[in-house]
Design a protein around this ligand. Structure first.
Ligand SMILES: [Zn+2]
Length: 319
């Protein structure tokens, strides 16, 4: 039988190359899978949502060290020496009583490769209307410009209350931003002034360091911006440190926390905050969520010499 089948196939294919294929080539699908990743932190369910990614020139890295030193370091880690891809990983925390979103991504009008937060939220099973509280860690576009819709009118999370540091609110809603920011970042000021006023009535302006809802504490980490906040999320003895932009690069921020990125408004203050957070994470073994490293941005901070090393968490399939 086998012999006869093989012979028939050879005849059908019209040659000596064997049987003709039984199906056409599969069509390529294109596109990427939805960007969300879920895990339990004690009794809290955390869903990391991707807002997409964007690229930045490496000239923004390590501005207080010689350019050759930065380039050599990037090369040694097999990283591109011209551009870096920055992911945007945003936590959505369900405490069982409240749904808390920490930052809102860049929205539709910032970068074509970002603004995917709402789509990924829906793919993860949540709706923007369900969000109770939005915490704004700081006023930069990749964290803020998803606040109102693409027509720049209505809040995208219509039923939420908002929380931001009082001095951060003040900086971005007055002339301070425009007069303080270097020219290359002045567009940030124009955008923030469009996005914050529509939620003014529903925004709680706080002094960082307090609790937002039970289990979610703010940590004062100024420097990246003056009112920049991080979060410590704790349930049943497990803590997740949400660093926001006190930590930004998967290698440099950890191994060289003293190298200053140009994106920090007050570099020395930002370095102090970065070292404080890294020390907390390394000393207590806390899980950390870093916004701009590879999705989902979860990992731990291990000591390495006088500094640290980023150890990404293994993807888990069971909650
Ligand atoms: Zn950022």
């Amino acid at each position: 039988m086998l012999k006869a089948g093989a012979a028939a196939g050879a005849v059908a294919a019209g040659g000596l190359l064997g049987p003709a294929p039984l199906q056409a080539a599969a069509k390529m699908k294109g596109g990427q899978v939805p960007g969300y990743y879920r895990f339990m932190l004690g009794d809290f369910e955390v869903t990391v949502l991707s807002d997409g990614a964007y690229t930045l020139p490496t000239s923004l890295l390590g501005t207080n060290v010689p350019r050759e030193t930065v380039t050599a370091y990037l090369k040694a880690n097999l990283l591109d020496t011209e551009e870096r891809v920055s992911h945007v990983n945003i936590p959505l925390i369900n405490t069982g009583k409240e749904l808390v979103l920490v930052d809102v991504g860049g929205g539709e009008n910032w970068m074509p490769t970002a603004g995917k937060l709402a789509d990924n939220m829906r793919a993860s099973g949540y709706e923007p209307e369900q969000v109770d509280t939005v915490v704004l860690t700081h006023g930069h576009p990749d964290h803020l410009w998803g606040l109102i819709d693409e027509f720049e009118e209505a809040p995208r999370f219509p039923n939420a209350d908002y929380v931001i540091a009082a001095n951060e609110w003040d900086f971005w809603t007055t002339d301070k931003a425009m007069t303080t920011l270097p020219e290359m970042f002045q567009g940030f000021a124009i955008g923030a002034r469009k996005h914050l006023p529509p939620v003014a009535e529903k925004t709680r302006r706080i002094e960082p360091g307090g609790e937002i809802v039970p289990g979610i504490m703010t940590v004062d980490t100024p420097g990246h911006t003056f009112g920049h906040m991080s979060l410590a999320v704790t349930s049943k003895g497990e803590t997740l440190l949400v660093t926001s932009d006190a930590v930004t690069h998967p290698y440099i921020s950890f191994e060289h926390p003293g190298w200053w990125p140009r994106t920090d408004l007050d570099s020395a203050m930002a370095e102090k905050s970065r070292r404080k957070l890294l020390d907390m994470a390394a000393t207590d073994g806390h899980l950390a969520l870093v916004y701009h490293v590879s999705f989902p941005g979860l990992g731990r901070v291990a000591p390495k010499g006088a500094a640290y090393r980023w150890v990404p968490e293994t993807w888990q399939w069971e909650l």
